[in-house]
Design a protein around this ligand. Structure first.
Ligand code: PRP
Ligand code: ADE
Length: 188
């Protein structure tokens, strides 16, 4: 798997995954092509193959924890963490976590948003892999990287199922990632 997509050896995986992601035009707003992963989740073979690929990335990057980004990052990240034998940490939209949190605001296309993580969920000695379904503008992933670093942990990388290559998410994230890799199983 390369940083920008899957290599020739992974064409079968790419086709399996892509074949179960549906394009929904004009959702949630006119002009947006929404990438719906629910058909992939509903297919046991495709979901298992995705989980295997994400768990393999955890092992390859020496991750000690997986951070999943609410909400679809939970669905992908949690089974991958279990399969890789590491713990799972949810990064949630603001106001949903009961303990002491670190918060990070970030810019959306229009306006701002805020995500939170329990302050003690990761720390020095942890290598954290961020998992999400889609990298679009990169704002959510970038904010999660900042949260993990502020908690004192190392960022092992960011792995997404799908990168929207026509948006500048990779560029936006690269500054925050420094040397850590961004991997996309599929780039469209
Ligand atoms: O790269 P960005 O521009 O930040 O966009 C990507 C994020 O947007 C989506 O989440 P959304 O906030 O729609 O939440 P959901 O998973 O709860 O539907 C997606 O699951 C990513 O987390
Ligand atoms: N086009 C898109 N499809 C699915 N999830 C997204 N998150 C941000 N942009 C998205």
């Amino acid at each position: 798997m390369s940083a920008t997509g899957v290599g020739p050896a992974d064409e079968k995986l790419r086709d399996l995954l892509l074949g179960h992601i549906h394009d929904v035009p004009d959702y949630p707003k006119p002009g947006v092509m929404f990438k719906d992963i629910t058909p992939l989740l509903a297919d046991a073979t495709a979901f298992a193959a995705l989980t295997d690929a994400l768990a393999e990335a955890c092992r390859r990057h020496g991750a000690t924890k997986v951070v999943g980004l609410e909400a679809r990052g939970f669905i992908l990240g949690a089974p991958a963490a279990v399969r890789a034998g590491v713990g799972f940490v949810p990064v949630r939209k603001a106001g949903k976590l009961p303990g002491a949190t670190l918060a990070q605001a970030y810019e959306l296309e229009y306006g701002t948003a805020e995500i939170e993580m329990h302050a003690d969920a990761v720390g020095p000695g942890d290598r954290v892999l961020v998992i999400d379904d889609v990298l679009a503008t990169g704002g959510t992933a970038e904010a999660s990287v900042r949260l993990i670093r502020r908690a004192g942990a190392e960022v092992a990388g960011v792995v997404v199922l799908m990168e929207l290559g026509f948006l500048p998410g990779r560029e936006r994230l690269s500054g925050a990632l420094e040397e850590a890799p961004l991997e996309a199983l599929i780039t469209v």
